[in-house]
Design a protein around this ligand. Structure first.
Ligand code: ADP
Ligand code: ZN
Length: 729
């Protein structure tokens, strides 16, 4: 009876202050627990409603609730929100002036303040400790509690002193809250706060409406543009690792006609705010950001989150992907994975302390395993946070929707479990792989493991195979991680049962991703040598070029050069605009020679049922450099070439290089005013005649030809430009 009344009282208060009629998930038992004076540990995914778990009890308790939070930047915001609900809340951190913090303290002393947000570093100041000792505190809430653990992804050393300090304030219950904690981090938090006895409330981390996908980071720009075309006008976030990459990708998207804005800490704060607001107000569809973006952002209809670069940890990945589909509707989480990114991130850690570096490496390794694993992504993520997911097919991740080929893994799993048992459950994955494959190393021999029966019994399979089997055994819970000793693997109850009663276990091979940095970012130009193009179409276009060249009585290279044909055979342009996007093809060339080529490609695409990649044509974001534009303008005004070189502070030869580049990318340049001064018309005709009949436009070949012995390299180069401008562009 009494309990019922209390229950109603709480609910009424929630309705009255916050306007919510129902508790969500575990909120009610959590709130009740802290109100009963018990230590409480809350693990709840972002957006599930953690704040209410300390805000509501603060209101109904006698005294002041102290909330320790590392997010100084968000404190003002949180307090403003509280005050908007009519709750008397304040904050204490280093952004306050002396007078302001005195005022806050006085208000707390008067006993009207219910919630005080404090930064951990402010807690270390003696004057603040004295102040807190002088007032009645109802309980302490430690928000973002994972910051306590150096095994987490956001370790704050000040956080480790919290228990010490609040210990001096008297005996009061603690509620620790976090949205991200692996079992290891959970244990660390509880130990550090001396609340091993706390009641733990873990909410499910499963975000059923999110689709998880990992793609190989090859031609990533092209894949990105393709994805965005397929998801046009939807709201989304693209995370990049560096400010530079953010700028580059935002620019790329704009050039390709998407509504996008950048966000990173290096931008002027007014621009940053504007871009953020534009995104929230749907003025722009896509925000391209570093991980600085998103903290405290609560846009419900984010339809996709893309990790263009690999994140530093699965915790970070889960948090960031968690910003998709807050409204419960579709949310697509796509990550581009490359092992190079892992190596880059490892390099970032190199100046850190040995311990931090080692922790960073372990987090990155988990990230790599996640990407490579054939196991359901959802199962992996939940497993990582200590939650078991049993369904065979989640229907919401690439590994479930497009499963990899499976093989019977019964004997392999049994062998792995035996290996762990035979070595007394004290070793890590690497050691176990060496043991099973019979690889000699100093540890194997010093422990005498080369004497075990199992030693070398799996030598017919590669180390990648065994690594994958061990990781899958972990994922399917035949093995478990030793929480106390990082890396050490133990046999679970399920594993022991399996050995007694073996049964079929289907495993799959890992994903293998290429590591070719040159290809990762390709988008605007097909990679040289990669032979990614359609060789049949390429041959067809080459034959066509021969025919056209013959008709026009020009050498084939004047029409289109080979790299341009290769690109056409990669992107299948079928309109003039698309064709003009090909490197080495300007609109001039399109008008002059394009028609038969477009017709041929169109027919080919039709005949072969090719989905044209017109939508995947990635327009290059690199604008013509300033110098190129300057040269084009100056040549238009017939300015002496020597003078142009001089004003640009480059040699004449460098100027010629630039002009050739301009010319080869399809722009017509009329240099007659200059050439007519240095070569008489007969000589010019002579050289044009040579190029018309030559197999190649190589200057070396031209210089070697005895017909040209009277001409200098410079003259030949100038004439080649004239020739290409007249005949090719
Ligand atoms: P977290 O801190 O866990 O990320 P918040 O505390 O910011 O989540 O809450 C997320 C959203 O859910 C907020 O908009 C909050 O107002 C809302 N919310 C919290 N509890 C409830 C409830 N019981 N009923 C309805 N909405 C709620
Ligand atoms: Zn799945």
């Amino acid at each position: 009876m009494l309990v019922e009344e209390k229950k109603d009282a709480l609910k009424l208060k929630m309705k009255e202050v916050f306007g919510f009629s129902q508790f969500r998930g575990n909120q009610e038992p959590i709130i009740r627990n802290i109100l009963e004076g018990k230590n409480t540990f809350v693990i709840m995914p972002t957006g599930a409603g953690k704040s209410l778990c300390y805000q509501l009890p603060a209101l109904v308790s006698e005294g002041l609730a102290v909330v320790i939070s590392p997010l100084i930047a968000l404190m003002k915001n949180q307090v403003d929100q509280m005050q908007a609900f009519g709750i008397n809340a304040h904050f204490l951190n280093s952004t306050l002036s002396k007078a302001e913090s005195t005022r806050v303290k006085n208000q707390c002393r008067e006993g009207l303040t219910k919630l005080l947000y404090v930064a951990p570093e402010s807690l270390t100041k003696q004057e603040n400790i004295d102040f807190l000792k002088s007032i009645k505190i109802s309980f302490v809430a430690v928000d973002e509690a994972h910051c306590i653990s150096e095994w987490g992804h956001d370790f704050r050393p000040e956080y480790r002193r919290i228990k010490d300090i609040i210990g001096h304030l008297g005996n009061m219950p603690i509620i620790a809250l976090t949205a991200t904690a692996t079992p290891k981090v959970q244990l660390d938090i509880q130990k550090n706060l001396q609340m091993e006895n706390a009641d733990v409330f873990i909410s499910s981390f499963n975000r059923t409406n999110l689709y998880y996908e990992v793609q190989e980071k090859v031609h990533a720009k092209k894949k990105l543009i393709k994805f965005l075309h397929d998801n046009n006008h939807k709201s989304g976030i693209i995370y990049c690792l560096s400010r530079k990459k953010v700028e580059e990708i935002a620019e790329l998207l704009k050039v390709n006609g998407f509504s996008a804005a950048p966000y990173h800490a290096g931008l002027d704060s007014s621009i940053r705010e504007k871009n953020q607001d534009d995104f929230l107000n749907e003025e722009v569809d896509i925000i391209v950001a570093t991980i600085a973006f998103g903290m405290g952002i609560d846009k419900p209809d984010v339809r996709f989150v893309i990790h263009y670069d690999v994140p530093k940890s699965l915790e970070g990945y889960y948090q960031e992907t968690g910003r998709a589909g807050r409204d419960g509707l579709e949310g697509h989480c796509l990550m581009f994975y490359s092992h190079n990114d892992i190596l880059k991130l490892e390099k970032f850690n190199k100046d850190k302390s040995v311990q931090e570096r080692e922790n960073g490496r372990i987090l990155l390794q988990e990230m790599a395993y996640y990407a490579e694993s054939p196991v359901c992504r959802r199962r992996q993520l939940l497993h990582y946070f200590g939650e078991e997911y049993d369904r065979k097919n989640c229907e919401g991740c690439d590994n479930c929707v497009h499963p990899r080929e499976r093989f019977e893994g019964q004997t392999a799993v049994a062998k792995v479990i035996e290996a762990v048992q035979a070595t007394d459950e004290r070793f890590d994955l690497k050691h176990l792989v060496h043991l099973i494959r019979g690889t000699e190393d100093q540890y194997i021999s010093s422990y005498g493991h080369d004497q075990l029966d199992i030693y070398g019994s799996g030598k017919d399979e590669t180390k990648e195979y065994w690594r994958s089997v061990i990781r899958q055994s972990l994922m399917y819970e035949f093995l478990k991680k030793d929480i106390e000793n990082v890396g050490v693997l133990k046999v679970s109850d399920k594993g022991r049962k399996f050995l007694k009663n073996p049964h079929s276990v289907m495993l799959a091979g890992d994903h293998t991703y290429e590591t070719n940095p040159a290809e990762e970012e390709e988008g605007d130009r097909p990679p040289v040598n990669a032979k990614a193009y359609d060789s049949e179409l390429f041959q067809l276009l080459k034959n066509l070029r021969k025919k056209v060249a013959h008709q026009k009585d020009l050498p084939p290279y004047v029409i289109f050069q080979d790299p341009s044909l290769e690109e056409m055979a990669t992107t299948y342009p079928t309109t003039e605009a698309e064709l003009a996007q090909i490197n080495g093809v300007g609109m001039g060339k399109v008008k002059k020679f394009g028609k038969p080529f477009l017709e041929a490609i169109d027919k080919y695409v039709e005949d072969n049922d090719i989905v044209t990649a017109s939508e995947v044509v990635v327009k290059s974001s690199v604008n013509k450099s300033k110098i190129k534009i300057f040269i084009i303008q100056q040549v238009d005004r017939k300015v002496d070439l020597d003078e142009i070189a001089e004003t640009q502070n480059i040699s004449f030869e460098e100027l010629l290089d630039e002009i050739e580049n301009i010319c080869y990318s399809g722009t017509k340049l009329n240099l007659d005013y200059y050439i007519d001064d240095i070569l008489d018309i007969d000589k010019q005709d002579d050289i044009i005649e040579y190029f018309l009949n030559s197999e190649t436009d190589s200057i070396e070949t031209a210089l070697d030809d005895e017909d040209n012995e009277d001409y200098s390299e410079e003259e030949l180069r100038l004439m080649r430009i004239k020739f290409l401008s007249e005949y090719a562009n």
